[in-house]
Design a protein around this ligand. Structure first.
Ligand SMILES: NC(=O)c1ccc[n+]([C@@H]2O[C@H](COP(=O)([O-])OP(=O)(O)OC[C@H]3O[C@@H](n4cnc5c(N)ncnc54)[C@H](O)[C@@H]3O)[C@@H](O)[C@H]2O)c1
Length: 377
């Protein structure tokens, strides 16, 4: 039925969204049987950060049978999950050979297929994460974290939509000012995207619970937003404190070689120090709370996350803490990305040094490749 729908709507040049209630391995295998490529863009969104305890359901078993087996016979269940993953990636390989563009969604799909025994490493792989298919990190997010942009968040503790509306309007004004500053064109483009996002945020009804907002912001933006929000609280324009925070999926807080730091290429992606430094640095600079934890996103043992929350209560201390802390929380990761040789991170950290009193970051000196070739080690 799905195959027919795809063909029919392709023929009509119309759009259709199809939800399949069943095991995705069966679907991939059926799609792979078709002589033509029916899937132009493909990815997988099962919860493979937790592959053997309910994140992935093997083909051939019902949902209930899987739930039973994963606790009654975990070894057998693990084998069935891994067999299914091998089948799934084999079907994906077949469709990709016909032209599908496939990428990893950041759910450890390629990693778990690799661990299951699929031959996924590139021929020139020097490590355990250079897979034949790209990660969304490189392909969709691009260099965003190197530029210092990431999902900054705030929550209006009053729970009032009118308070959130005022913070949205304040954010809009700040972005307007930022886009006129002396920044590279690719940074200006981010500010323009931010403006469109925040202008339309209320209309798009993104709030599902707390009166909270996420805005992909850089160091300068986050510092300015925090200062302006603290002022709204101090002057009583919003009726209760505002909490600032961010996602783990950000510039500095997470060491995750299979996701957030997969585009840090100097080997340091396999260490956990950036998240730890980030969290400790934030705590000393005035975060209200910090959290250092393992696992989120790609799975236990494969990632360390450092996070914070800071309450803006309108006091001078809150303002001072937010500025000091955010000037660590973002540049910490930009500096790391700069040391690993990323050109946009080098530009961003140099700009931060000029803008922030007392900030001094060592800049890497690139070796002359030709000279290196002449040296004997
Ligand atoms: N890239 C990112 O920014 C990003 C963001 C959020 C989540 N993630 C990752 O994406 C993954 C999914 O996140 P989520 O919040 O949607 O998880 P979720 O657990 O809510 O959804 C996963 C779904 O996959 C289904 N599923 C598992 N095996 C299946 C199979 N063989 N066939 C069909 N369906 C199957 C599950 O029943 C479940 O409904 C997680 O690993 C998460 O860490 C990535």
């Amino acid at each position: 039925e799905i195959v027919n729908w795809i063909k029919e709507y392709r023929e009509k040049k119309a759009a259709i969204s199809i939800g399949y209630l069943g095991n995705v391995v069966d679907l991939w295998e059926r799609l792979a049987e078709e002589p033509e490529c029916l899937v132009e863009l493909g990815s997988d969104q099962t919860s493979l950060h937790n592959p053997f305890l309910g994140g992935f359901y093997p083909a051939g078993l019902t949902f209930e049978e899987s739930n039973e087996l994963m606790t009654s016979d975990p070894a057998k269940f693990k084998k069935l999950v891994q067999d299914s993953l091998i089948r799934q990636i084999a079907a994906i390989d077949k469709i990709a050979a016909k032209g599908m563009y496939f990428w990893d969604y950041g759910n450890a799909f390629l990693l778990e297929c690799h661990r299951a025994g699929a031959n996924l490493l590139r021929e020139d792989a020097q490590d355990d994460k250079s897979f034949r298919y790209p990660s969304y990190m490189q392909d969709i997010m691009g260099d965003i974290f190197s530029m210092g942009f990431g999902p900054f968040r705030w929550v209006c503790t009053s729970g009032k939509p009118e308070d959130l509306r005022l913070t949205d309007q304040t954010a809009c004004k700040i972005i307007d000012e930022l886009k006129e500053t002396n920044v590279p064109e690719y940074v200006k483009q981010q500010y323009l995207d931010n403006k469109k996002w925040i202008e339309e945020a209320e209309k798009n009804e993104l709030v599902v619970g707390s009166q909270a907002r996420i805005l992909y912001s850089d160091r300068a933006g986050r510092v300015a937003l925090a200062a302006a929000f603290n002022e709204l609280v101090r002057t009583g324009k919003v009726s209760a404190p505002i909490v600032i925070s961010r996602d783990h999926h950000d510039v500095s807080g997470t060491d995750s070689p299979f996701r957030e730091t997969s585009n840090v290429y100097d080997g340091s992606a396999f260490t956990a120090d950036m998240a730890v430094q980030n969290c400790i640095g934030d705590s000393f600079r005035g975060a209200t709370w910090v959290a250092l934890h393992n696992g989120g996103g790609v799975g236990w043992g494969d990632v360390i996350n450092g996070g914070f929350g800071l309450v803006l209560d309108g006091s001078p201390d809150a303002s001072r803490h937010a500025e000091g802390m955010l000037n660590w929380d973002v540049p910490n990761g930009v500096a790391r990305r700069s040391w690993s040789g990323n050109a946009k991170a080098q530009e961003a950290i140099r700009r931060a040094e000029q803008q922030v009193d007392g900030m001094k970051v060592t800049i890497p000196v690139e070796a002359d490749e030709e000279l290196l070739k002449t040296l004997k080690f």
